[in-house]
Write a new protein. Structure first.
Length: 421
């Protein structure tokens, strides 16, 4: 017995250096079974099956070890009959799996929920759409932009706050508003502020949430989004990058994309007059001229609002926000706001980041920490090219030569005011 014990130790030492040696591990398991260490033999056979799941010798050895009596019994372990598949006849594999659960990981993981035929999951699961609870952001948190706030007040907020007057004048809570303008000017933030003012849930939708490779799934996703919003009413549905979700069907060659736009039109109309009551649809785009015209007909996204680069009060509020947690001294926000005319909110954030980077590098070089000053901020302003210029270059031609029905009158007025025509 001592000789066998020494051999077991030698085999274990050898396996420590070559754990994947199936032949060596089978030899160790056989020896453990002979010495009466059935549990250890089962464990070693299980490890063999981990590396070689179809190893018949390992399965046979495990069956013998689990059927063998303990070391206190004087009887030799009975050899079970072999089945045609190479395993032991009548062997309880479920019990064996339970015993080796901590040694061998499961080969297959069960799905938590059944999949649909197309592999996309349960199509009727409305909880798949993430609806944010009413937020704390209000229009008062949006600096400046008073004209935008006034339009929003007339379109959504005043009817919501005055239900008696709404009923008297027959004003429905249905409605859609299209926010358009250059990128980085706060369209998404304004949409969240509207939801906060209404005390409404917020459901943000992008093209990735809707489009699907399987035929019919994109339309179903669009329907489920609006069905969820109706259940969560009052709810603001924010359609981001509307030019991607509702592009002109005449320019779309793929039938699936055209069907998705058709489904969006159907959902905006509602099944009946009251279907979308309490569902407020806000959409945002940088390219309103690429949006399908049917989406902008009365009863759908029939009101448009131009969101321009922030005015002076808004720039001051944005700069204050991005500098609030940074070490600054003698910063004149009024002067800085004047110097940043034409910059978007994203540009202003980049100005603050660049100024902080300059101060950080100087502090690292000199070994002395210094504050961020006006010199850093004004230097960053000079280095930043307004990201809105490219957008205005494209929008200028559209406003001048494709302004059907006065759709872009507000944009023309702004371009004339800024002498960009």
């Amino acid at each position: 017995m001592s000789e066998d014990t020494g051999l077991v130790k030698s085999l274990r030492a050898a396996l420590a250096g070559a754990p994947e040696d199936v032949t060596l591990r089978l030899h160790l398991a056989e020896l453990l079974l002979v010495t009466g260490e059935q549990d250890a033999a089962v464990s070693e056979a299980a490890v063999v099956l981990q590396y070689a799941p179809g190893n018949a010798k390992a399965r046979d050895l495990m069956a013998r070890a689990m059927a063998a009596p303990g070391p206190a019994s004087a009887e030799a372990p009975p050899v079970q009959e072999r089945s045609a598949a190479g395993g032991a006849a009548g062997f309880d594999w479920r019990a064996a799996e339970g015993q080796v659960r901590d040694v061998v990981p499961p080969r297959f993981v069960e799905q938590e929920a059944p999949l649909a035929v197309d592999g996309s999951g349960d199509p009727g699961d409305a909880d798949a759409w993430e609806v944010d609870a009413p937020g704390t952001v209000r229009l008062a948190d949006v600096g400046g932009m008073q004209e935008v706030k006034d339009r929003l007040e007339a379109a959504f907020l005043a009817p919501m706050r005055n239900p008696e007057l709404r009923k008297l004048y027959g004003k429905s809570l249905r409605g859609g508003l299209l926010l358009y303008g250059p990128p980085g000017c706060g369209k998404t933030f304004i949409a969240r502020a509207v939801a906060g003012e209404l005390g409404a849930s917020f459901l943000s939708v992008s093209v990735n949430d809707v489009l699907d490779m399987w035929i019919g799934n994109s339309e179903r996703n669009m329907h489920e989004i609006f069905a969820t919003a109706r259940r969560q009413a009052p709810c603001v549905v924010f359609l981001d990058e509307l030019d991607a979700l509702g592009g002109k069907r005449s320019r779309t060659q793929h039938s699936g994309m055209r069907n998705t736009v058709n489904q969006l039109l159907t959902e905006l109309d509602g099944i009946d007059a009251q279907a979308n009551e309490g569902v407020f649809v806000l959409a945002a785009t940088n390219l309103p001229w690429d949006v399908d015209l049917a989406l902008r007909r009365p009863g759908r996204l029939d009101r448009t609002l131009l969101v321009l680069p922030p005015d002076a009060p808004a720039r001051e509020a944005i700069l204050r926000y991005h500098l609030r947690d940074r070490p600054i001294e003698n910063v004149d926000l009024g002067k800085l706001a004047k110097a940043t005319d034409g910059l978007s909110g994203a540009d202003l954030a980049h100005v603050c980041e660049s100024a902080a980077e300059t101060a950080l590098l100087d502090s690292a070089r000199t070994g002395t920490v210094r504050m961020i000053g006006m010199k850093d901020l004004l230097g960053a302003v000079k280095a930043v090219v307004p990201s809105t210029e490219a957008w205005f270059s494209s929008a200028r031609n559209v406003a001048m030569f494709a302004n059907e029905g006065g759709m872009y009158d507000d944009l023309l007025a702004y371009l004339k005011k800024k002498r960009k025509l």
